[in-house]
Design a protein around this ligand. Structure first.
Ligand SMILES: NC(=O)c1ccc[n+]([C@@H]2O[C@H](COP(=O)([O-])OP(=O)(O)OC[C@H]3O[C@@H](n4cnc5c(N)ncnc54)[C@H](O)[C@@H]3O)[C@@H](O)[C@H]2O)c1
Length: 836
């Protein structure tokens, strides 16, 4: 395989423009005036392109180069030279050909074939189920593209870079390479109707996600025609191109600006739209055209999302809100402006209106984290594709995307000050701008009802922190002097008390569950737990976990599942600081990758949930909370942190109905003590919830949660006296004394299960599988049989000893399951950090 690096022949004027923007932002003299040709919608279209060389380059080298590209980009700006990593076409030939239906885009050929002057490809040129993302180099569009890649889609970005960022494009190329996906970035103006049509005809995308446009209400009041052209007219042009190319699925980014000053809050989708800005009008007109296109023309299908105020950054800090140059800085969105001010990039922050008729006199908005926002698009896309696959008519509709909670300018200011107490910037109160409403926040229940979607990141501080991390990571790209920034306190996001529901909002439906028993101990006072279990310094921060798609105390949730998957499988593991050991570093990396590849959501419990007991008990509370919380999980697999997944081809669905079992509330495997509660598959049912409550209420016993379930199996109740419970435990731990019995129980032989199961009513709810199916011990450890060299067992559990072997086993799993270390994520040094 050859490895000649790929280069685009010449640095083009778009790159120059971007460089100029950055330089200009810093006050550096670039010899040219100010901003890129941001408002010239002809920019980039119709010109002759540079000669594009292509190559086949080995996956790792290619990803490494791109990572380096991103990492070293800052040097270019600081030295005032050209970026050594101008757009490249990158081939990552690791992927097997997937589908005969794939579209192939030969890299260099694309220029001649389709006539685009600038198309940069990453991947192997094969596009399976491609999705076109207009505005994919912009803030929201780039996050969307990233999620599409992560969810296994190939992406074609159409962007004229008027406001997008090459940083985003390069990050996306690198991610595509790592994920063995293809991404094409086509530098094309949406108004170039012929070329957009030609592209759509060529690509035949499954859907177009339309983000391109200009998006500042106050700017629209100064440049109305720009907005009518770039938002309204270009949307019309796109619809016509889609019609010609017979592309029928569209998701459109509309805005709460279409509501203007709504007569009531929270705003439902049925509230009359009376925009007060040109931007709002331009979006409303686009909405009307899309509705007409969807209702009148064949099988067209449109989802229109009305976003409220979008903020925050990718949780791995790969992407985020890109700093704008000075011309656009005046229109900056409040969260971005505040973060910039806190980092010393602005000396004052203007706020518009301080004596408004709101709770604290300042304007109120509904801030929605960009990651939540793009999740909703995935849901919409999945619904469209499902309808297509089933031959159902797709239902076009409009949905608000917001949290449902108003946050005032003053509250946002306070959140920033809490994050950066040392920050010195002044606040300048100005009159409310024309085009700005006083108070707008969403009623997002329609999206909840349709897609099961709701905003998961509700904590403003947490969300702002994601932006700060992004800017820190890419400081050199933005020419940021990091000296002061590094000394800022590393703020831990405080856990949030559940927010009171917005007036008028109905809490989402929860399954009817028994109330917690009065015997449940009260939560410990803060600090009580800590005194018993010392925490290591520098506990994992939620944001340090790669691929986390949701950062909500107490879990970091890695959402990898297809929202339409049935059943939807989830995994929970404890990563709380108290159980943090060096080996968790290995097991967690492997588990996360297992979840990602198999499409399971992974719930990593990161806090102690205020309970008083040793960590392993918390699995019970965590599982109960997951049942209660409408997570969408159908089944939850418990896995202990000292287990290493060894065989990625074993799927958790295999456990359901294994060997003719019924589909029951909980599946366990036999062990020396009835079961080992480390592993088990729980169905998200009210029965499971109440059984978990009984387990909790058994109280402090030998072997903690394993002991508790063993006592219930032996027929005891939580209210039984201690000596009775002890007798129950002794019945269930027969395997310790009788090795033959243990052997049969480990094979889940029905007679052994029945002999142990005193409470026969549990037969309706519990099933046993052979121990080795889900809970193998390494050979020589506790009578374990798992021989690494020969066995294909699902996982190796290093129970009560043998932890020193974990690293070796983990490396073996990494090799046999072909997991590649991710060079851009600091979770992969050769030595696990914080070994204790
Ligand atoms: N950010 C928000 O809070 C918010 C709120 C409501 C709605 N929206 C809408 O979401 C969409 C994305 O917003 P964003 O914040 O990511 O904006 P953005 O400016 O970061 O991204 C827009 C992208 O579209 C590209 N673009 C603009 N005109 C184009 C054209 N004619 N042809 C090709 N590409 C073009 C730009 O280069 C840029 O990359 C917009 O339509 C916006 O109106 C955003």
């Amino acid at each position: 395989m050859s490895a000649d690096p790929v280069r685009v022949g010449a640095v083009d004027d778009v790159e120059d423009a971007e460089e100029e923007e950055q330089a200009s932002f810093l006050g550096a003299s670039s010899g040219k005036v100010g901003m890129p040709k941001s408002l010239d919608v002809d920019d980039g279209a119709g010109e002759e392109g540079p000669g594009v060389a292509s190559c086949r380059i080995f996956h790792l080298i290619c990803c490494g180069l791109l990572s380096m590209a991103v990492g070293f980009m800052g040097a270019k700006f600081l030295r005032g030279r050209q970026d050594p990593f101008t757009p490249v076409s990158v081939a990552c030939p690791v992927r097997e050909p997937r589908s005969p239906a794939s579209v192939r885009l030969p890299g260099p050929g694309m220029v001649e074939l389709v006539g685009f002057n600038r198309a940069w490809l990453a991947g192997n040129g094969e596009y399976e189920d491609p999705i076109v993302v207009t505005g994919g180099a912009g803030y929201i569009g780039s996050h969307m593209s990233l999620m599409l890649l992560e969810r296994g889609f190939d992406v074609v970005i159409v962007d004229n870079l008027s406001r997008g960022s090459m940083l985003a494009v390069k990050v996306l190329q690198a991610e595509a390479c790592k994920l063995s996906r293809s991404i094409a970035f086509v530098n094309l103006d949406l108004g170039n109707h012929d070329q957009v049509t030609e592209l759509l005809q060529r690509i035949q995308p499954r859907a177009v996600l339309h983000f391109a446009g200009n998006a500042y209400a106050s700017e629209s009041m100064e440049k109305p025609l720009l907005y009518y052209q770039n938002v309204t007219e270009n949307t019309l042009s796109l619809l016509r191109a889609m019609a010609k190319a017979q592309v029928t699925n569209l998701v459109f980014s509309s805005s709460c600006a279409t509501y203007g000053n709504p007569p009531q809050v929270p705003v439902t989708e049925t509230v009359e739209q009376k925009p007060i800005s040109i931007y709002g009008h331009s979006k409303l007109m686009a909405e009307k055209m899309i509705k007409a296109w969807a209702s009148r023309e064949g099988s067209n299908c449109a989802t229109i999302f009305r976003y409220f105020n979008v903020y925050g950054a990718d949780l791995q800090s790969r992407l985020g809100p890109v700093l704008r140059g000075p011309k656009l800085a005046q229109y900056g969105r409040l969260p971005d402006v505040l973060v910039e001010a806190a980092l010393g990039l602005r000396s004052s922050v203007p706020i518009f209106g301080a004596d408004l008729k709101t709770r604290d006199g300042t304007a109120e908005r509904d801030y929605i984290h960009v990651w939540d926002l793009v999740h909703a698009h995935m849901d919409a896309l999945a619904a469209m594709m499902l309808a297509g696959a089933q031959g159902d008519a797709c239902v076009s509709d409009v949905y608000n995307l917001g949290t449902g909670t108003p946050v005032s300018v003053q509250q946002m200011l306070s959140a920033t000050k809490a994050l950066f107490p040392e920050a010195k910037f002044t606040v300048e109160v100005k009159p409310l701008r024309s085009g700005d409403p006083v108070s707008v926040y969403a009623d997002p229940r329609k999206a909840l009802a349709k897609f099961g979607w709701r905003a998961q990141i509700q904590n403003t501080t947490e969300a702002l922190q994601t932006s700060v991390r992004f800017l820190q990571k890419h400081a050199s790209y933005f020419h940021l002097a990091l000296g002061d920034m590094k000394t800022l306190p590393d703020v831990r996001v405080p856990s949030t008390a559940p927010t009171a529901p917005t007036p008028g909002m109905v809490a989402p439906a929860t399954p009817s569950l028994p109330a917690a028993s009065p015997a449940t101990p009260a939560p410990s006072a803060p600090g009580e737990y800590r005194s018993r279990y010392a925490e290591p310094a520098n506990p994992w921060q939620a944001g340090d976990m790669p691929n986390a798609t949701l950062n909500s105390t107490p879990w970091v949730v890695h959402r990898f599942s297809d929202p339409l998957a049935s059943p939807r499988m989830c995994i929970q593991v404890l990563t709380i600081p108290s159980v943090k050991k060096g080996y968790l570093y290995w097991s967690f990396f492997i588990l996360r990758e297992y979840a990602r590849r198999n499409g399971y959501d992974l719930y990593a419990l990161t806090t102690k949930m205020n309970e008083t007991r040793p960590p392993s008990w918390l699995k019970i509370r965590s599982a109960q909370a997951i049942i209660r919380s409408n997570t969408g999980c159908d089944y939850l697999f418990w896995i202990d942190g000292d287990a290493i997944i060894m065989n990625f081809s074993f799927r958790l669905e295999n456990i359901i109905g294994y060997n003719g079992n019924k589909d029951v509330d909980v599946v366990v495997s036999g062990d020396t003590v009835a079961i080992n509660a480390a592993m088990g598959l729980w169905k998200m049912t009210p029965w499971a919830y109440s059984f978990l409550e009984d387990m909790w209420n058994i109280g402090d016993v030998k072997l903690w949660e394993t002991g508790a379930i063993a006592i219930l199996i032996a027929g005891c109740k939580p209210s039984d006296p201690v000596n009775v419970k002890r007798a129950c435990y002794e019945h269930s731990d027969k395997g310790w004394r009788n090795g033959t019995f243990a052997k049969h129980l480990k094979l889940a032989e029905p007679w052994a299960v029945q002999e142990m199961l005193v409470n026969k009513t549990l037969s309706d709810h519990m099933a046993w599988v052979p121990k080795r199916l889900i809970n193998s011990y390494p050979k020589g450890l506790f009578g374990g049989m798992f021989d690494r060299a020969t066995s294909p067992d699902f996982l190796a559990h290093f129970v009560a000893g043998g932890k020193n072997q974990i690293e070796t086993w983990a490396k073996d799993s990494i090799a046999r399951n072909k997991l590649l270390p991710d060079p851009s994520v600091p979770l992969w040094p050769p030595d696990p950090p914080n070994r204790v």
